[in-house]
Ligand binder design. Sequence first.
Ligand SMILES: Cc1cc2nc3c(=O)[nH]c(=O)nc-3n(C[C@H](O)[C@H](O)[C@H](O)COP(=O)(O)OP(=O)(O)OC[C@H]3O[C@@H](n4cnc5c(N)ncnc54)[C@H](O)[C@@H]3O)c2cc1C
Length: 432
Amino acid sequence: MNKIQITRVGIIGGGYAGMAAAVALAERGIAVTVFESAKQLGGRARGVLHQDTQLDNGQHLLLGCYRQTLRLIEQVGGNLEHDFLRLPLQLDLHGEFSLRAPHLPAPLHLLVALLTAQGLTWRERLSAARFMLGLRRMDFRLPNDMTVAQLLAQHGQDANLAQKLWEPLCIAALNTPIHKASAQVLLNVLRDALNQSRADSDMLLPRVDFTALFPQRAANYIVQRGGKVILCCGVEALIPKDDGIELVTAQGTEPFSHVICAAPPSVAAKLLSPITQLDSTVQQIEALQHQPIYTVYLQYPAHVRLPHPMIGLHQRFSQWLFDKGRIAGQHGLLAAVISAEGIHQELPQEQLAQKVIAELREEFGIAESPDWFKVIAEKRATFTCAPNLLRPSHQTALPALLLAGDYTAGDYPATLEGAVLSGLRCAKLIPA
Ligand SMILES: Cc1cc2nc3c(=O)[nH]c(=O)nc-3n(C[C@H](O)[C@H](O)[C@H](O)COP(=O)(O)OP(=O)(O)OC[C@H]3O[C@@H](n4cnc5c(N)ncnc54)[C@H](O)[C@@H]3O)c2cc1C
């Protein structure tokens, strides 16, 4: 094999982490090759075509504070005005709870939102506002991590507040039930979303599918700068060498000075496990547990609409409903999202869809039947974001091998921003 003198980076995985790393390296003029095992880019945030209708593998939501993801989308040619429906912070649980942030600077917008929330008693509103002020005084840092349920109990947040406000927020942000979720990680998200500028708490609902939104544009950007993005080309093995790492695929073996493994945790553990120096990293990855996200898409006649682009339900199977007509002009297409573990996992998909259809009828009077429905169950959507979780660091025992992905060390739960940040950190660790 030729000795590698220049920096040549191989990236395993064309999800948001891998593509973020590739864009940052290509920007610096470094030669990158992205290997993606699937026939399309995006990984756990990808477009899915069903019956000629463009769906995603699950309805996603970005926050205004996802600065790096939004910056990269623009860098590769996206237009945030066009790509997203941007809504100011609002949480509606149909008929039960409603919170809307007024046009005031942060964090005043949140305090007023809490103090005027519908569906809470005055005592609960004051208690929620006091809790937020207390967290601000603590700079959103806990001396010791604990579960979200423990934190809520310590701060006197009663069951009604927990069920209507904090639990839906925690599940949406961490995809982990409050009795298992890390309070510190939730506070990291609240710190960034609620505490600085009002726009940070905006909710951005994509109008284009998740492959088109960033990874596909990123691929064009990389190729224009001399890089390669190879689809349907899974990496089968890594072979450490004195001067780098060789990647083995069905197409052959290629040498690289550095490799960023941005595959999902289960694949990363499998690829790394034959390399004994990486035993402790593999153990950390294997110790992670995972949480599902189910999305039920339903195509109703075009006139069927929900009262808002996004609306929650209280104590129902459907946690959040999205009206894709209002969001992206896909009239009559609704998406029901069911995050984290729960009894819905025990139902066959047909039955789960029927539950959602019944809920839509009971809550909104939608009497029609959908023309079709599609349930997409992502059984390992995210890692379980537990307190004091040891997440593998980006650097490994092999100096030429870096780890990226939403599950690697970082402040954020498994999110697009967490994935993107991990990719950018790995790119930064690679010298020119
Ligand atoms: C249904 C659902 C809803 C979600 N909702 C939200 C949300 O609203 N907001 C939010 O911020 N986050 C959300 N998330 C989380 C977010 O999608 C993930 O955190 C993020 O996409 C993870 O990106 P990643 O690059 O780390 O990993 P992945 O997306 O898993 O990317 C890894 C890539 O590696 C590829 N690969 C696997 N094996 C190999 C191999 N051997 N060789 C080469 N390539 C390989 C995979 O095909 C994949 O493309 C959601 C996730 C799901 C599943």
